[in-house]
Design a protein around this ligand. Structure first.
Ligand SMILES: [Zn+2]
Length: 453
């Protein structure tokens, strides 16, 4: 496929914006990038995709999300509104994840994948929970990812909150799925695996050790870390250690591990995260919604931690997350100089690309250059001031929105063209999910803690 008449944003480092250039794709990789006249002469027989002057750029990457959260949309939580993060977990997320069947898991993954294709997010790092449907749940999600044509990293979140048996089932599901990805490519190599843990506050020392023992040495962990202050309170009460120290003691940290949030970490914990090369993900919309505080993102970056950007199960609209990341630090710190646009790019583009590449090492990701995976999007943005490499972060923060994505390509395959989905039937998927949601919500109501009924 030869993409013509596009303006290219390469996200190389340093970045380039190229006019009058074309992109030649063969199989799942970008093979050639150069002046359009040269490429059309060099590849005369190739099917052409006319970008009609739109921007062509690498697809966005989401460093932390939860497909299973889809059915929370529009759901009423009975009784008084949760007044703390532990209450949000107890009244919303835990009764909801206990209500999910494998059919719900599939449907929630499908709706989130449709959303990702429409909004130009081509790689998603998911964190899954369905304690009454654990076995095979990652296969079900992988099937949906395969159908969608997108790229994803999957794991099951191990927790003690549903008893020892389910914790063990969660461990088994992670190990089985990691082995499956090693046995042969899953979804044509577009699905990778990591080892999921919920968070320190629902994991005993014994379960942490069992996970460390069960996980192969070259597999990292993906978990929530110090998202709310309750995680620290619990860890100090359980172990006398702060959360990051506790995780370090159990061998959970490292360059392959993803620590989502890190809102409440002290100087020693920042140092430990940095020393171990652990990646931290920032989800500003989620932090605001849960009222848990704001991660000191700039300090984490200055400490050398590769902070990435995720959505935590909000829609897969990464540029929307950029805006919140940019604005939140200014509001929180009462200082408009905070969170430079270049810092947002560092997280969302370069750090997310490095993280994604660690799971798909066969070729570069998140970059438009020969040899990289052909994960590209077409964006219908008409700048009314000159768009330059220097001002691109602010053109995106103040000008782009995810609804401007008109075309999505992943691994060289066109998944959306002129805003029409090719691999997924959005209407049928939404209708099916809405039907399932009725009984999921009924089970949710039965699973609510007694005090809220
Ligand atoms: Zn999360």
């Amino acid at each position: 496929m030869l993409i013509i008449n596009g303006k290219l944003i390469t996200w190389e480092n340093p970045n380039r914006v190229l006019e009058n250039c074309a992109v030649y794709i063969e199989d799942d990789k970008i093979v050639d990038v150069g002046p359009q006249a040269e490429l059309t002469a060099r590849y005369p027989q190739t099917e052409q995709l006319d970008a009609h002057g739109q921007y062509v750029m690498p697809g966005n990457i989401c460093a932390h999300t939860h497909f299973y959260g889809a059915f929370a949309r529009g759901m009423a939580i009975p009784g008084p509104a949760p007044k703390s993060f532990p209450e949000i977990l107890g009244k919303l997320w835990w009764p909801l994840d206990r209500s999910l069947t494998l059919a719900d898991v599939r449907a929630s993954a499908e709706v989130m994948l449709v959303d990702a294709i429409k909004h130009g997010t081509t790689t998603l790092i998911d964190h899954h929970a369905s304690p009454n449907s654990i076995d095979g749940s990652l296969d079900v999600i992988a099937e949906a990812v395969d159908q969608s044509g997108l790229r994803a990293v999957l794991c099951y979140e191990v927790t003690d909150r549903d008893g020892l048996e389910k914790a063990q089932a969660g461990i088994r599901e992670n190990v089985r799925f990691v082995e499956r990805t090693r046995y042969g490519p899953v979804a044509g190599g577009r699905v990778a695996a990591t080892f999921g843990l919920h968070a320190s506050l629902t994991l005993s020392d014994a379960t942490l050790d069992a996970c460390r023992q069960a996980a192969p040495d070259d597999v990292g962990f993906h978990l929530h870390v110090a998202e709310g202050i309750a995680d620290q309170d619990d860890s100090l009460a359980k172990s006398g250690l702060r959360v990051v120290d506790r995780l370090y003691q159990h061998g959970i940290l490292g360059p392959r591990s993803i620590a989502a949030h890190a809102v409440h970490v002290d100087a020693r914990e920042v140092w430990l995260l940095s020393e171990t090369g652990t990646r931290v993900t920032h989800q500003p919309r989620s932090n605001m919604n849960n009222g848990v505080g704001v991660a000191a993102v700039e300090s984490l970056l200055r400490a050398g931690i590769p902070v990435c950007l995720g959505t935590d199960g909000f829609t897969s609209t990464m540029w929307e997350e950029w805006k919140f990341a940019y604005l939140l630090q200014k509001a929180w710190n009462l200082d408009p100089r905070r969170m430079n646009g270049a810092d947002v790019v560092q997280m969302a583009v370069y750090n997310n690309a490095r993280l994604a590449r660690s799971f798909f090492p066969q070729a570069p990701l998140g970059i438009l250059t020969p040899g990289a995976f052909a994960d590209l999007i077409l964006v219908d943005y008409q700048p009314f001031t000159p768009l330059t490499v220097g001002n691109l972060p602010w053109q995106i923060i103040f000008g782009f929105n995810d609804g401007m994505v008109t075309g999505t390509i992943c691994a060289g395959k066109l998944l959306m063209h002129d805003r029409k989905l090719i691999t997924m039937d959005e209407e049928a998927i939404a209708a099916h999910a809405s039907e399932l949601a009725i009984s999921t919500w009924e089970r949710y109501n039965k699973n609510l803690p007694f005090s809220t009924k």
